[in-house]
Design a protein around this ligand. Structure first.
Ligand SMILES: [Zn+2]
Ligand SMILES: [Zn+2]
Length: 180
Protein backbone atom coordinates (compact mmCIF):
# COMPACT_ATOMS: atom_id res chain seq x y z
CA UNK A 1 0.00 0.00 0.00
CA UNK A 2 1.55 3.28 -1.14
CA UNK A 3 1.89 6.09 1.40
CA UNK A 4 -1.21 8.38 1.01
CA UNK A 5 0.86 11.60 0.95
CA UNK A 6 3.18 10.19 -1.76
CA UNK A 7 0.17 8.91 -3.73
CA UNK A 8 -1.41 12.36 -3.51
CA UNK A 9 1.74 14.13 -4.77
CA UNK A 10 2.23 11.57 -7.55
CA UNK A 11 -1.42 11.87 -8.55
CA UNK A 12 -1.28 15.68 -8.73
CA UNK A 13 2.01 15.70 -10.73
CA UNK A 14 0.92 13.01 -13.20
CA UNK A 15 -2.47 14.64 -13.72
CA UNK A 16 -0.71 17.89 -14.60
CA UNK A 17 1.81 16.15 -16.91
CA UNK A 18 -0.74 14.17 -18.95
CA UNK A 19 -2.59 17.18 -20.46
CA UNK A 20 0.76 18.77 -21.40
CA UNK A 21 1.82 15.57 -23.20
CA UNK A 22 -1.64 15.11 -24.77
CA UNK A 23 -1.70 18.76 -25.91
CA UNK A 24 1.71 18.46 -27.60
CA UNK A 25 0.70 15.20 -29.29
CA UNK A 26 -2.68 16.67 -30.33
CA UNK A 27 -1.01 19.78 -31.81
CA UNK A 28 1.46 17.61 -33.75
CA UNK A 29 -1.28 15.46 -35.31
CA UNK A 30 -4.20 17.94 -35.52
CA UNK A 31 -3.45 18.84 -39.18
CA UNK A 32 -4.23 15.23 -40.19
CA UNK A 33 -7.93 15.57 -39.35
CA UNK A 34 -10.65 18.16 -40.06
CA UNK A 35 -10.14 21.17 -37.73
CA UNK A 36 -13.83 21.13 -36.81
CA UNK A 37 -13.61 17.48 -35.70
CA UNK A 38 -10.52 18.22 -33.58
CA UNK A 39 -12.11 21.22 -31.83
CA UNK A 40 -15.37 19.32 -31.31
CA UNK A 41 -13.48 16.33 -29.83
CA UNK A 42 -11.66 18.69 -27.45
CA UNK A 43 -14.99 20.17 -26.23
CA UNK A 44 -16.60 16.72 -25.93
CA UNK A 45 -13.54 15.58 -23.90
CA UNK A 46 -14.06 18.42 -21.41
CA UNK A 47 -17.80 17.77 -21.04
CA UNK A 48 -17.24 14.01 -20.77
CA UNK A 49 -14.84 14.58 -17.89
CA UNK A 50 -17.34 16.95 -16.17
CA UNK A 51 -20.05 14.29 -16.45
CA UNK A 52 -17.71 11.59 -15.04
CA UNK A 53 -16.66 13.96 -12.23
CA UNK A 54 -20.34 14.42 -11.28
CA UNK A 55 -21.36 10.74 -11.57
CA UNK A 56 -18.15 9.49 -9.94
CA UNK A 57 -18.53 11.85 -6.97
CA UNK A 58 -22.18 10.90 -6.62
CA UNK A 59 -21.20 7.19 -6.68
CA UNK A 60 -18.55 7.84 -3.98
CA UNK A 61 -21.40 8.92 -1.70
CA UNK A 62 -22.91 5.45 -2.08
CA UNK A 63 -19.80 3.23 -2.18
CA UNK A 64 -17.35 5.56 -0.37
CA UNK A 65 -14.04 3.97 -1.66
CA UNK A 66 -12.25 6.27 0.77
CA UNK A 67 -14.24 9.41 -0.13
CA UNK A 68 -15.65 9.63 3.41
CA UNK A 69 -12.07 10.25 4.59
CA UNK A 70 -12.08 13.47 2.51
CA UNK A 71 -15.31 14.59 4.18
CA UNK A 72 -13.96 13.67 7.64
CA UNK A 73 -10.78 15.68 7.02
CA UNK A 74 -10.88 17.83 3.85
CA UNK A 75 -7.18 18.71 4.19
CA UNK A 76 -5.94 15.11 4.39
CA UNK A 77 -4.05 13.85 1.29
CA UNK A 78 -6.92 11.69 -0.01
CA UNK A 79 -6.80 10.70 -3.69
CA UNK A 80 -7.56 7.71 -5.90
CA UNK A 81 -4.49 5.52 -6.57
CA UNK A 82 -2.26 7.71 -8.76
CA UNK A 83 -2.40 5.36 -11.77
CA UNK A 84 -6.24 5.33 -12.04
CA UNK A 85 -6.50 8.65 -13.92
CA UNK A 86 -3.66 7.65 -16.27
CA UNK A 87 -5.34 4.31 -17.01
CA UNK A 88 -8.68 6.06 -17.65
CA UNK A 89 -7.08 8.52 -20.12
CA UNK A 90 -5.33 5.60 -21.87
CA UNK A 91 -8.59 3.62 -22.19
CA UNK A 92 -10.43 6.75 -23.45
CA UNK A 93 -7.67 7.41 -26.00
CA UNK A 94 -7.97 3.89 -27.41
CA UNK A 95 -11.78 3.88 -27.53
CA UNK A 96 -11.99 7.25 -29.35
CA UNK A 97 -9.09 6.25 -31.65
CA UNK A 98 -10.94 3.02 -32.50
CA UNK A 99 -14.18 4.96 -33.19
CA UNK A 100 -12.60 7.86 -35.13
CA UNK A 101 -8.90 8.56 -35.70
CA UNK A 102 -5.76 9.38 -33.70
CA UNK A 103 -5.90 13.23 -33.97
CA UNK A 104 -9.52 13.21 -32.76
CA UNK A 105 -8.63 10.79 -29.93
CA UNK A 106 -5.68 12.95 -28.83
CA UNK A 107 -7.85 16.11 -28.93
CA UNK A 108 -10.48 14.32 -26.80
CA UNK A 109 -7.86 13.31 -24.21
CA UNK A 110 -6.35 16.81 -24.36
CA UNK A 111 -9.78 18.14 -23.32
CA UNK A 112 -10.62 15.50 -20.72
CA UNK A 113 -7.16 15.52 -19.11
CA UNK A 114 -7.03 19.35 -19.05
CA UNK A 115 -10.44 19.40 -17.32
CA UNK A 116 -9.23 16.76 -14.85
CA UNK A 117 -6.00 18.66 -14.12
CA UNK A 118 -8.06 21.84 -13.62
CA UNK A 119 -10.28 19.94 -11.16
CA UNK A 120 -7.23 18.59 -9.25
CA UNK A 121 -5.75 22.07 -8.80
CA UNK A 122 -9.13 23.70 -8.08
CA UNK A 123 -10.22 21.13 -5.47
CA UNK A 124 -6.79 21.03 -3.80
CA UNK A 125 -6.82 24.86 -3.61
CA UNK A 126 -10.40 24.99 -2.29
CA UNK A 127 -9.17 23.19 0.83
CA UNK A 128 -5.52 24.32 1.11
CA UNK A 129 -5.92 27.95 -0.04
CA UNK A 130 -9.62 28.80 0.47
CA UNK A 131 -9.01 32.57 0.62
CA UNK A 132 -7.54 32.52 -2.90
CA UNK A 133 -10.42 30.47 -4.36
CA UNK A 134 -13.03 32.59 -2.57
CA UNK A 135 -11.50 35.54 -4.45
CA UNK A 136 -10.92 33.83 -7.85
CA UNK A 137 -14.00 31.57 -8.09
CA UNK A 138 -16.42 32.54 -5.29
CA UNK A 139 -19.45 30.73 -6.78
CA UNK A 140 -17.57 27.43 -7.26
CA UNK A 141 -16.14 27.74 -3.74
CA UNK A 142 -19.61 28.21 -2.20
CA UNK A 143 -20.98 25.37 -4.36
CA UNK A 144 -18.39 22.90 -3.00
CA UNK A 145 -18.55 24.27 0.55
CA UNK A 146 -22.28 23.54 0.54
CA UNK A 147 -21.53 19.98 -0.65
CA UNK A 148 -19.28 19.51 2.40
CA UNK A 149 -21.90 21.03 4.70
CA UNK A 150 -24.82 18.97 3.32
CA UNK A 151 -23.29 15.86 1.67
CA UNK A 152 -26.33 15.17 -0.56
CA UNK A 153 -26.18 18.13 -3.00
CA UNK A 154 -23.69 19.85 -5.34
CA UNK A 155 -21.64 16.85 -6.52
CA UNK A 156 -20.01 18.75 -9.39
CA UNK A 157 -16.80 20.56 -8.42
CA UNK A 158 -15.65 22.14 -11.72
CA UNK A 159 -19.18 23.03 -12.87
CA UNK A 160 -22.68 23.06 -11.43
CA UNK A 161 -24.27 22.22 -14.84
CA UNK A 162 -24.82 18.53 -14.05
CA UNK A 163 -26.20 19.30 -10.58
CA UNK A 164 -28.76 21.48 -12.33
CA UNK A 165 -29.36 18.80 -14.99
CA UNK A 166 -29.81 15.92 -12.49
CA UNK A 167 -31.69 17.99 -9.88
CA UNK A 168 -29.06 18.02 -7.10
CA UNK A 169 -28.24 21.73 -7.34
CA UNK A 170 -28.52 23.70 -4.09
CA UNK A 171 -27.70 27.35 -4.57
CA UNK A 172 -25.72 28.84 -1.69
CA UNK A 173 -27.76 31.11 0.58
CA UNK A 174 -26.30 34.34 1.85
CA UNK A 175 -25.48 32.81 5.25
CA UNK A 176 -21.83 31.95 5.82
CA UNK A 177 -20.70 28.41 5.06
CA UNK A 178 -17.63 27.03 6.78
CA UNK A 179 -15.61 23.99 5.81
CA UNK A 180 -12.03 22.79 6.02
ZN1 LIG B 1 -18.30 14.35 -1.46
ZN1 LIG C 1 -13.77 18.70 -1.08
Amino acid sequence: MIDPALNYRLSLSINLAIPIAASLAALMTSGQSAPFAVVLAWCVGIWTYWLIEYLGHRAFHVISLGHQAHHDDPRAPVAMPFWVGTAAHFVALNIVWWLFDLPVALAFVMGSSLAYAFYCVLHESMHSAPAMIKRLAPQLYKHHALHHARGDVNFGVSTWFFDWFFGTLEAPSTKKICHG
